[in-house]
Design a protein around this ligand. Sequence first.
Ligand SMILES: *Cc1c(COP(=O)(O)O)cnc(C)c1O
Ligand SMILES: [Zn+2]
Length: 462
Amino acid sequence: MSDHVCQKCIDPNCGATFSVDEVLTACPKCGNLLDISYEWDKLPVPKSLKEVEKYWAMRDVPQRFSGVWKFHDLLPFADLEKCVTVGEGQTILQNSRGVAKYTGMNEGNLFLQYEGMNPSGSFKDNGMCAATTHASMVGATRAACASTGNTSASLALYCSCLHTMKAVIFIGDGKIAYGKLSQALDYGAQTLQIHGDFDDAMARVKEVSKKLGIYLVNSVNPFRLEGQKTIMFRVLEALRWNVPDWIVVPGGNLGNSSSFGKAFHELYELGLIDRIPRLAVINAAGADTLFRVFNEEKIRWNGGNTDRAKINAFFKQMNDEGRRANTIASAIEINRPVNLEKCLRALEWCNGVVRKVSDQQILDAKSQVGACGFGCEPASAASVAGTKLLREEGVIAPTDRVVCILTGHQLKDPTATVAYHCGDPKKFDEVLRPHGVTTCAFANNPIKVENDVDDIVRAIEG
Ligand SMILES: *Cc1c(COP(=O)(O)O)cnc(C)c1O
Ligand SMILES: [Zn+2]
């Protein structure tokens, strides 16, 4: 299989290629990120996306049941039988009337893609099955990641199912939602709480995994991003292969946005779609590197001639000012997104925009996703808050078809949800106020009532 596939430096001025049998997290020649690159003309590519439907009837083949590997033809870096799966990608696209109304979209035009339905409860499983497939290909016995929580939950789950690989997890102390930490511990991962934040944990895991020869599965891993392309394939599948107008996604380490751009770019090049949707990447206001780089510094991919000196100067200033990411949306609490350049490329390919939303906007939007659908964790709701903002600005039209990616499950971060709804001033001061939240406009307060039938009846009837 590795005949017509390679790892390729994303910098077109370098363009170095490497075998997929190598374990790399950056181009050894220039240090830039790597892509998985295919010689499509030598591979059995479907002639239309509809052709993929033949796999729907193959539920008995674990890889075809997988919402990722049923699209194996579009990410063929490993033999199908060797692809790792725990049944990821059984997710749905919901048309939400309530969220359409909240965001100012026409009824019927707002869709929620629930990636929280994955086995570990976040979209990360789409990428982790691909990364662990590659790790297995190269015989890795340990895999590591730094994580704000969901990457570690996902890696821990895959390792607990695989038995051939041990998970080593780096998290910042005090910066992880309980749902996610509980998963890492329950799935038996070796869990290191580093004294620092995510950006610190990320720096250390790179050094340590190199030193100990541990396979790194952070989204610098190009194989992970291949798996995440399938989120877009499933969106198209749910829309009966029609291309929506907008994909709106929260931006943290920018792996998702990068892989979405690659997915659409490849489909377009292959002639499988006739236009590319626009991409909107939404930062939390307290972790807004992409927003600043794109909208204030005006840095662009520019066909691969990104102004790196300007990016470096930006990060140097961030260091000098001691700026740290801070948002209640812990999954996107990241100030040094590792896929920054790939995301700039995706924004170019998809005529994209970048916005930022406050924690107040995020939690209000989250309450709408809960009240009008299956719910989500705070970071995911940035996509809905961002859609509302872009609608208000007139960038998105009410008649556009918009897909918001809900990246993580409602149960991941009960602390934020309970603090928003419970009406307890102490919890509010503890959990929400430090993040600049001032109101809980959509709170669904629990009703306190005496242990008495008449009182209860009165409470219910109002
Ligand atoms: C990881 C994660 C994100 C951020 O995605 P990136 O690919 O890092 O930009 C957003 N939401 C949730 C729930 C996540 O787990
Ligand atoms: Zn290079």
